[in-house]
Design a protein around this ligand. Structure first.
Ligand SMILES: Nc1nc2c(ncn2[C@@H]2O[C@H](COP(=O)(O)OP(=O)(O)OP(=O)(O)O)[C@@H](O)[C@H]2O)c(=O)[nH]1
Ligand SMILES: [Mg+2]
Length: 394
Protein backbone atom coordinates (compact mmCIF):
# COMPACT_ATOMS: atom_id res chain seq x y z
CA UNK A 1 0.00 0.00 0.00
CA UNK A 2 1.02 3.56 -0.69
CA UNK A 3 2.76 4.75 2.54
CA UNK A 4 0.52 7.81 2.77
CA UNK A 5 -2.60 5.64 2.61
CA UNK A 6 -1.08 3.26 5.14
CA UNK A 7 -0.48 6.10 7.58
CA UNK A 8 -4.09 7.17 7.30
CA UNK A 9 -5.21 3.64 8.05
CA UNK A 10 -2.94 3.64 11.09
CA UNK A 11 -4.74 6.73 12.36
CA UNK A 12 -2.09 9.33 11.62
CA UNK A 13 -4.06 12.59 12.00
CA UNK A 14 -1.52 14.67 10.14
CA UNK A 15 -1.53 12.36 7.13
CA UNK A 16 -5.33 12.48 7.16
CA UNK A 17 -5.42 16.28 7.33
CA UNK A 18 -2.99 16.49 4.43
CA UNK A 19 -5.08 14.09 2.39
CA UNK A 20 -8.23 16.08 3.18
CA UNK A 21 -6.63 19.24 1.86
CA UNK A 22 -5.35 17.36 -1.17
CA UNK A 23 -8.76 15.92 -1.92
CA UNK A 24 -10.34 19.36 -1.63
CA UNK A 25 -7.81 20.75 -4.08
CA UNK A 26 -8.20 17.75 -6.36
CA UNK A 27 -4.51 16.96 -5.98
CA UNK A 28 -3.82 13.83 -8.08
CA UNK A 29 -1.62 12.26 -5.39
CA UNK A 30 -4.33 12.65 -2.77
CA UNK A 31 -6.94 11.27 -5.16
CA UNK A 32 -4.69 8.28 -5.72
CA UNK A 33 -4.58 7.77 -1.94
CA UNK A 34 -8.36 7.91 -1.91
CA UNK A 35 -8.53 5.26 -4.61
CA UNK A 36 -6.23 3.03 -2.59
CA UNK A 37 -8.43 3.49 0.44
CA UNK A 38 -11.67 2.74 -1.40
CA UNK A 39 -11.82 -0.86 -0.14
CA UNK A 40 -11.81 0.38 3.45
CA UNK A 41 -14.93 2.50 3.15
CA UNK A 42 -18.39 1.44 4.20
CA UNK A 43 -18.27 1.17 7.96
CA UNK A 44 -18.83 4.77 9.07
CA UNK A 45 -22.31 6.00 9.97
CA UNK A 46 -22.83 9.02 7.73
CA UNK A 47 -25.14 11.69 9.09
CA UNK A 48 -26.30 14.73 7.14
CA UNK A 49 -27.49 17.78 9.05
CA UNK A 50 -29.30 20.48 7.15
CA UNK A 51 -31.60 23.38 7.90
CA UNK A 52 -31.97 27.13 7.48
CA UNK A 53 -29.12 29.57 8.15
CA UNK A 54 -28.53 30.19 11.83
CA UNK A 55 -30.74 27.32 13.00
CA UNK A 56 -27.90 26.16 15.21
CA UNK A 57 -26.64 23.36 13.01
CA UNK A 58 -22.98 23.87 13.87
CA UNK A 59 -23.75 24.13 17.58
CA UNK A 60 -25.84 20.98 17.32
CA UNK A 61 -23.13 19.11 15.44
CA UNK A 62 -20.75 20.14 18.17
CA UNK A 63 -23.06 18.76 20.86
CA UNK A 64 -23.60 15.60 18.85
CA UNK A 65 -19.84 15.15 18.50
CA UNK A 66 -19.48 15.44 22.25
CA UNK A 67 -22.15 12.76 22.74
CA UNK A 68 -20.37 10.51 20.26
CA UNK A 69 -17.09 11.02 22.12
CA UNK A 70 -18.74 10.14 25.41
CA UNK A 71 -19.48 6.76 23.84
CA UNK A 72 -15.80 6.42 23.05
CA UNK A 73 -16.44 6.64 19.32
CA UNK A 74 -14.69 8.87 16.80
CA UNK A 75 -16.20 11.46 14.50
CA UNK A 76 -15.31 13.56 11.49
CA UNK A 77 -17.27 16.73 10.81
CA UNK A 78 -17.47 18.19 7.35
CA UNK A 79 -19.14 21.59 7.28
CA UNK A 80 -20.08 22.69 3.81
CA UNK A 81 -20.65 26.34 3.11
CA UNK A 82 -22.32 27.39 -0.09
CA UNK A 83 -20.48 30.09 -1.95
CA UNK A 84 -23.42 32.46 -1.74
CA UNK A 85 -22.56 33.14 1.87
CA UNK A 86 -18.85 33.75 1.74
CA UNK A 87 -19.14 36.45 4.37
CA UNK A 88 -16.98 34.08 6.35
CA UNK A 89 -19.20 34.32 9.39
CA UNK A 90 -20.03 30.69 9.78
CA UNK A 91 -16.60 29.53 8.75
CA UNK A 92 -15.25 31.72 11.51
CA UNK A 93 -17.71 30.15 13.94
CA UNK A 94 -16.60 26.73 12.82
CA UNK A 95 -12.98 27.67 13.43
CA UNK A 96 -13.85 28.51 17.01
CA UNK A 97 -15.46 25.10 17.35
CA UNK A 98 -12.31 23.54 16.00
CA UNK A 99 -10.33 25.03 18.80
CA UNK A 100 -12.75 23.63 21.31
CA UNK A 101 -11.98 20.12 20.14
CA UNK A 102 -8.35 20.96 19.59
CA UNK A 103 -6.14 18.23 20.89
CA UNK A 104 -8.84 15.56 20.74
CA UNK A 105 -7.67 13.14 18.06
CA UNK A 106 -11.12 11.56 18.07
CA UNK A 107 -12.66 14.62 16.42
CA UNK A 108 -11.70 15.72 12.95
CA UNK A 109 -13.27 18.94 11.70
CA UNK A 110 -13.10 20.44 8.26
CA UNK A 111 -15.00 23.39 6.84
CA UNK A 112 -15.14 23.94 3.16
CA UNK A 113 -16.73 26.41 0.82
CA UNK A 114 -18.31 24.86 -2.21
CA UNK A 115 -17.18 27.81 -4.30
CA UNK A 116 -20.10 27.78 -6.64
CA UNK A 117 -19.45 24.25 -7.76
CA UNK A 118 -22.24 22.90 -9.89
CA UNK A 119 -24.34 20.65 -7.75
CA UNK A 120 -23.68 22.59 -4.54
CA UNK A 121 -22.35 19.93 -2.29
CA UNK A 122 -19.59 19.21 -4.73
CA UNK A 123 -17.66 16.17 -5.50
CA UNK A 124 -14.97 17.12 -3.02
CA UNK A 125 -17.43 16.76 -0.15
CA UNK A 126 -18.27 13.25 -1.14
CA UNK A 127 -14.60 12.39 -1.46
CA UNK A 128 -13.89 13.93 1.91
CA UNK A 129 -16.61 11.81 3.48
CA UNK A 130 -15.16 8.69 1.87
CA UNK A 131 -11.72 9.60 3.12
CA UNK A 132 -12.98 9.94 6.70
CA UNK A 133 -14.85 6.67 6.39
CA UNK A 134 -11.74 4.89 5.14
CA UNK A 135 -9.68 6.49 7.91
CA UNK A 136 -11.86 4.55 10.34
CA UNK A 137 -14.05 7.29 11.80
CA UNK A 138 -17.13 5.77 13.42
CA UNK A 139 -19.31 8.72 12.43
CA UNK A 140 -19.06 11.28 9.67
CA UNK A 141 -21.31 14.30 10.10
CA UNK A 142 -21.94 16.60 7.16
CA UNK A 143 -23.38 20.02 7.94
CA UNK A 144 -24.89 22.07 5.16
CA UNK A 145 -27.20 25.04 5.11
CA UNK A 146 -30.50 24.42 3.40
CA UNK A 147 -30.53 26.44 0.23
CA UNK A 148 -32.64 24.28 -2.00
CA UNK A 149 -30.64 21.73 -3.87
CA UNK A 150 -28.09 21.01 -1.18
CA UNK A 151 -30.39 19.14 1.18
CA UNK A 152 -31.36 16.71 -1.49
CA UNK A 153 -27.75 16.10 -2.29
CA UNK A 154 -26.90 15.63 1.35
CA UNK A 155 -29.61 12.98 1.55
CA UNK A 156 -27.96 11.12 -1.28
CA UNK A 157 -24.66 11.15 0.52
CA UNK A 158 -25.83 10.56 4.08
CA UNK A 159 -27.36 7.43 5.53
CA UNK A 160 -29.36 9.45 8.00
CA UNK A 161 -30.62 12.93 7.21
CA UNK A 162 -31.45 15.32 10.04
CA UNK A 163 -33.45 18.47 9.25
CA UNK A 164 -33.13 21.20 11.86
CA UNK A 165 -36.06 23.53 12.53
CA UNK A 166 -36.36 26.36 15.03
CA UNK A 167 -39.17 28.21 16.82
CA UNK A 168 -40.48 31.21 15.02
CA UNK A 169 -40.60 29.48 11.70
CA UNK A 170 -44.39 29.61 12.10
CA UNK A 171 -46.09 29.13 8.81
CA UNK A 172 -42.74 28.35 7.31
CA UNK A 173 -43.11 24.81 8.49
CA UNK A 174 -45.96 24.46 6.08
CA UNK A 175 -43.91 26.10 3.41
CA UNK A 176 -41.11 23.59 3.84
CA UNK A 177 -40.65 22.08 0.50
CA UNK A 178 -42.04 18.61 0.08
CA UNK A 179 -38.54 17.60 -0.94
CA UNK A 180 -37.22 18.36 2.52
CA UNK A 181 -40.00 16.45 4.21
CA UNK A 182 -39.20 13.53 1.99
CA UNK A 183 -35.50 13.40 2.82
CA UNK A 184 -35.78 13.83 6.59
CA UNK A 185 -35.19 10.75 8.69
CA UNK A 186 -35.13 12.85 11.83
CA UNK A 187 -36.45 16.32 12.58
CA UNK A 188 -34.74 18.36 15.25
CA UNK A 189 -36.56 21.26 16.86
CA UNK A 190 -33.55 23.22 18.08
CA UNK A 191 -33.58 26.31 20.29
CA UNK A 192 -36.27 24.60 22.33
CA UNK A 193 -35.41 27.08 25.10
CA UNK A 194 -37.07 29.79 23.04
CA UNK A 195 -40.79 30.45 22.84
CA UNK A 196 -42.60 28.77 19.99
CA UNK A 197 -40.94 25.35 20.15
CA UNK A 198 -44.30 23.74 20.96
CA UNK A 199 -45.91 25.36 18.02
CA UNK A 200 -43.24 24.27 15.54
CA UNK A 201 -43.44 20.75 16.81
CA UNK A 202 -47.24 20.75 16.62
CA UNK A 203 -47.20 22.00 13.05
CA UNK A 204 -44.57 19.48 12.14
CA UNK A 205 -46.60 16.62 13.58
CA UNK A 206 -49.72 17.85 11.80
CA UNK A 207 -47.85 17.94 8.56
CA UNK A 208 -46.29 14.51 9.04
CA UNK A 209 -49.66 12.99 9.84
CA UNK A 210 -50.73 13.83 6.31
CA UNK A 211 -48.13 11.45 4.96
CA UNK A 212 -48.24 7.69 4.61
CA UNK A 213 -49.56 6.00 7.70
CA UNK A 214 -48.12 2.62 6.71
CA UNK A 215 -44.58 3.62 7.51
CA UNK A 216 -43.00 4.88 10.69
CA UNK A 217 -42.66 8.63 10.39
CA UNK A 218 -39.41 10.46 11.02
CA UNK A 219 -38.42 10.90 14.65
CA UNK A 220 -38.74 14.35 16.21
CA UNK A 221 -36.10 15.39 18.73
CA UNK A 222 -36.06 18.61 20.73
CA UNK A 223 -32.68 20.15 21.50
CA UNK A 224 -31.04 23.14 23.08
CA UNK A 225 -27.77 22.81 21.23
CA UNK A 226 -26.02 25.55 23.17
CA UNK A 227 -26.47 23.50 26.34
CA UNK A 228 -26.03 20.10 24.75
CA UNK A 229 -29.58 19.18 25.75
CA UNK A 230 -31.08 16.48 23.54
CA UNK A 231 -27.79 15.48 21.93
CA UNK A 232 -27.94 11.98 23.43
CA UNK A 233 -31.52 11.58 22.21
CA UNK A 234 -30.47 12.71 18.75
CA UNK A 235 -27.65 10.17 18.70
CA UNK A 236 -30.09 7.50 19.78
CA UNK A 237 -32.52 8.50 17.03
CA UNK A 238 -29.66 8.30 14.54
CA UNK A 239 -28.89 4.79 15.71
CA UNK A 240 -32.52 3.77 15.29
CA UNK A 241 -33.02 5.42 11.91
CA UNK A 242 -33.76 2.99 9.10
CA UNK A 243 -30.78 1.54 7.28
CA UNK A 244 -30.30 2.89 3.76
CA UNK A 245 -31.65 -0.30 2.21
CA UNK A 246 -34.87 -0.14 4.21
CA UNK A 247 -35.10 3.50 3.30
CA UNK A 248 -34.80 2.76 -0.38
CA UNK A 249 -37.72 0.38 -0.24
CA UNK A 250 -39.68 2.94 1.67
CA UNK A 251 -39.02 5.65 -0.88
CA UNK A 252 -39.86 3.49 -3.83
CA UNK A 253 -43.16 2.58 -2.23
CA UNK A 254 -43.85 6.16 -1.44
CA UNK A 255 -43.17 7.32 -4.96
CA UNK A 256 -45.73 4.82 -6.04
CA UNK A 257 -43.34 4.27 -8.90
CA UNK A 258 -42.94 0.94 -10.59
CA UNK A 259 -39.27 -0.09 -10.47
CA UNK A 260 -39.53 -1.87 -13.81
CA UNK A 261 -40.23 -5.51 -14.61
CA UNK A 262 -40.12 -7.55 -11.44
CA UNK A 263 -36.72 -8.49 -10.11
CA UNK A 264 -34.68 -7.73 -13.22
CA UNK A 265 -32.17 -4.96 -12.76
CA UNK A 266 -29.16 -3.54 -14.51
CA UNK A 267 -26.07 -4.91 -12.81
CA UNK A 268 -23.61 -2.95 -14.91
CA UNK A 269 -22.88 -1.42 -18.28
CA UNK A 270 -19.62 -2.51 -19.89
CA UNK A 271 -17.76 0.18 -21.80
CA UNK A 272 -14.78 -0.66 -23.99
CA UNK A 273 -12.02 1.95 -23.73
CA UNK A 274 -8.55 2.27 -25.16
CA UNK A 275 -7.09 3.42 -21.86
CA UNK A 276 -8.57 3.05 -18.40
CA UNK A 277 -6.39 5.86 -17.16
CA UNK A 278 -7.73 8.29 -19.73
CA UNK A 279 -11.34 7.23 -19.42
CA UNK A 280 -11.24 7.37 -15.62
CA UNK A 281 -10.38 11.06 -15.82
CA UNK A 282 -13.83 11.78 -17.20
CA UNK A 283 -15.74 9.54 -14.83
CA UNK A 284 -13.90 10.87 -11.82
CA UNK A 285 -14.66 14.42 -12.86
CA UNK A 286 -18.26 13.30 -12.86
CA UNK A 287 -17.81 12.20 -9.27
CA UNK A 288 -17.65 8.46 -9.76
CA UNK A 289 -14.88 6.43 -8.19
CA UNK A 290 -13.43 3.09 -9.15
CA UNK A 291 -14.36 0.70 -6.34
CA UNK A 292 -12.06 -1.92 -7.78
CA UNK A 293 -9.49 -2.31 -10.51
CA UNK A 294 -8.28 -5.65 -11.61
CA UNK A 295 -6.76 -7.58 -14.42
CA UNK A 296 -8.78 -10.55 -15.62
CA UNK A 297 -6.24 -12.82 -17.27
CA UNK A 298 -8.78 -15.23 -18.76
CA UNK A 299 -10.53 -12.42 -20.64
CA UNK A 300 -7.33 -10.45 -21.26
CA UNK A 301 -8.81 -7.25 -19.90
CA UNK A 302 -8.15 -4.64 -17.27
CA UNK A 303 -11.35 -3.78 -15.49
CA UNK A 304 -12.38 -0.75 -13.43
CA UNK A 305 -15.75 -1.00 -11.69
CA UNK A 306 -17.42 2.29 -10.82
CA UNK A 307 -20.48 2.10 -8.61
CA UNK A 308 -23.24 4.37 -9.94
CA UNK A 309 -26.37 4.27 -7.84
CA UNK A 310 -27.53 0.71 -7.58
CA UNK A 311 -25.71 -0.21 -10.78
CA UNK A 312 -22.15 0.07 -11.94
CA UNK A 313 -20.13 1.09 -14.93
CA UNK A 314 -17.49 -1.39 -15.99
CA UNK A 315 -14.64 0.11 -17.98
CA UNK A 316 -12.76 -2.46 -20.02
CA UNK A 317 -9.30 -2.02 -21.48
CA UNK A 318 -7.66 -4.80 -23.50
CA UNK A 319 -4.53 -6.24 -21.90
CA UNK A 320 -3.43 -8.18 -24.99
CA UNK A 321 -3.79 -7.68 -28.75
CA UNK A 322 -5.95 -10.80 -29.04
CA UNK A 323 -8.30 -9.79 -26.25
CA UNK A 324 -11.99 -9.79 -27.23
CA UNK A 325 -12.06 -6.15 -26.17
CA UNK A 326 -9.16 -5.35 -28.51
CA UNK A 327 -11.15 -6.92 -31.33
CA UNK A 328 -14.23 -4.97 -30.36
CA UNK A 329 -12.26 -1.71 -30.37
CA UNK A 330 -10.85 -2.51 -33.78
CA UNK A 331 -14.24 -3.30 -35.26
CA UNK A 332 -16.57 -0.87 -33.53
CA UNK A 333 -14.33 1.61 -31.76
CA UNK A 334 -14.62 2.55 -28.07
CA UNK A 335 -18.10 2.57 -26.61
CA UNK A 336 -20.83 0.54 -25.05
CA UNK A 337 -19.67 -3.07 -25.12
CA UNK A 338 -22.37 -4.89 -23.20
CA UNK A 339 -25.32 -4.52 -20.88
CA UNK A 340 -25.46 -6.85 -17.87
CA UNK A 341 -28.78 -7.66 -16.26
CA UNK A 342 -29.38 -9.57 -13.04
CA UNK A 343 -32.22 -12.04 -13.25
CA UNK A 344 -33.83 -13.99 -10.42
CA UNK A 345 -33.66 -17.35 -12.20
CA UNK A 346 -31.00 -17.59 -14.87
CA UNK A 347 -31.78 -21.14 -15.93
CA UNK A 348 -35.45 -20.34 -16.45
CA UNK A 349 -34.50 -17.21 -18.42
CA UNK A 350 -32.11 -19.21 -20.59
CA UNK A 351 -34.82 -21.78 -21.28
CA UNK A 352 -37.30 -19.12 -22.34
CA UNK A 353 -34.73 -17.36 -24.50
CA UNK A 354 -33.73 -20.60 -26.23
CA UNK A 355 -37.37 -21.34 -26.94
CA UNK A 356 -37.74 -17.91 -28.51
CA UNK A 357 -34.71 -18.50 -30.72
CA UNK A 358 -32.24 -16.14 -29.03
CA UNK A 359 -28.58 -16.75 -29.79
CA UNK A 360 -26.79 -17.68 -26.59
CA UNK A 361 -23.01 -17.45 -26.73
CA UNK A 362 -22.27 -19.84 -23.89
CA UNK A 363 -23.85 -22.29 -21.50
CA UNK A 364 -24.53 -20.74 -18.09
CA UNK A 365 -21.22 -20.84 -16.25
CA UNK A 366 -19.88 -19.45 -13.01
CA UNK A 367 -18.02 -16.16 -13.25
CA UNK A 368 -16.51 -13.80 -10.73
CA UNK A 369 -18.10 -14.33 -7.33
CA UNK A 370 -19.38 -17.73 -8.41
CA UNK A 371 -22.58 -16.40 -9.97
CA UNK A 372 -23.80 -18.06 -13.14
CA UNK A 373 -23.80 -15.91 -16.23
CA UNK A 374 -24.50 -16.19 -19.91
CA UNK A 375 -23.87 -13.92 -22.91
CA UNK A 376 -26.42 -13.29 -25.65
CA UNK A 377 -25.48 -12.25 -29.17
CA UNK A 378 -26.33 -8.66 -30.19
CA UNK A 379 -28.26 -10.05 -33.16
CA UNK A 380 -30.93 -11.20 -30.70
CA UNK A 381 -31.04 -8.21 -28.39
CA UNK A 382 -31.45 -5.25 -30.69
CA UNK A 383 -27.78 -4.65 -31.25
CA UNK A 384 -25.96 -4.85 -27.95
CA UNK A 385 -24.12 -7.76 -26.41
CA UNK A 386 -26.04 -8.79 -23.32
CA UNK A 387 -24.88 -10.54 -20.19
CA UNK A 388 -27.37 -12.17 -17.86
CA UNK A 389 -26.25 -12.83 -14.31
CA UNK A 390 -27.95 -14.99 -11.72
CA UNK A 391 -29.22 -12.80 -8.87
CA UNK A 392 -27.61 -13.94 -5.64
CA UNK A 393 -29.78 -15.43 -2.93
CA UNK A 394 -30.33 -12.97 -0.14
N1 LIG B 1 -31.04 30.06 22.40
C1 LIG B 1 -30.43 29.18 21.65
N2 LIG B 1 -29.51 29.59 20.77
C2 LIG B 1 -28.89 28.67 20.03
C3 LIG B 1 -29.17 27.30 20.14
N3 LIG B 1 -28.41 26.62 19.25
C4 LIG B 1 -27.67 27.54 18.62
N4 LIG B 1 -27.95 28.78 19.07
C5 LIG B 1 -27.35 30.04 18.62
O1 LIG B 1 -27.74 30.30 17.29
C6 LIG B 1 -26.70 30.97 16.58
C7 LIG B 1 -26.37 30.23 15.30
O2 LIG B 1 -25.78 29.01 15.62
P1 LIG B 1 -24.94 28.15 14.60
O3 LIG B 1 -24.65 26.85 15.24
O4 LIG B 1 -23.79 28.92 14.06
O5 LIG B 1 -26.02 27.99 13.45
P2 LIG B 1 -25.83 27.33 12.01
O6 LIG B 1 -27.14 26.75 11.64
O7 LIG B 1 -24.67 26.44 11.97
O8 LIG B 1 -25.56 28.60 11.14
P3 LIG B 1 -24.99 28.67 9.66
O9 LIG B 1 -23.95 27.58 9.51
O10 LIG B 1 -24.44 30.04 9.54
O11 LIG B 1 -26.18 28.44 8.79
C8 LIG B 1 -25.54 31.04 17.54
O12 LIG B 1 -25.53 32.30 18.12
C9 LIG B 1 -25.84 29.99 18.56
O13 LIG B 1 -25.26 30.25 19.82
C10 LIG B 1 -30.15 26.89 21.09
O14 LIG B 1 -30.48 25.72 21.24
N5 LIG B 1 -30.75 27.87 21.81
MG1 LIG C 1 -22.95 26.42 10.68
Amino acid sequence: MNPWAAKIREGDARALARAATGVENRDPLALEVLRELAPFTGSARIIGITGPPGAGKSTLVDALAAAIRRQGKTVAIVAVDPSSRVSGGSILGDRIRMQRHHGDPGVFIRSMATRGAVGGLARATEDLVRLMDAAGKDFVVIETVGTGQDEVEIAGLAQVTVVVLVPGMGDDVQALKAGIMEIADIFVVNKADQPGADRVERELRAMLSLGDSDRPGPAIVRTVATEGTGAEELLEAVEHAPKPTEKQGRRTRRDGGCPGPPHIRIDHLGIAVKSLQEALGFYESLGLQAASRESVAAEKVLVAMLPAGESRLELLEPSAPDSPIAKFLEKRGPGLHHVALRVPDLNAAVERLRASGARLLNEPRPGAGGHLYVFIHPASTGGVLMELIQESET
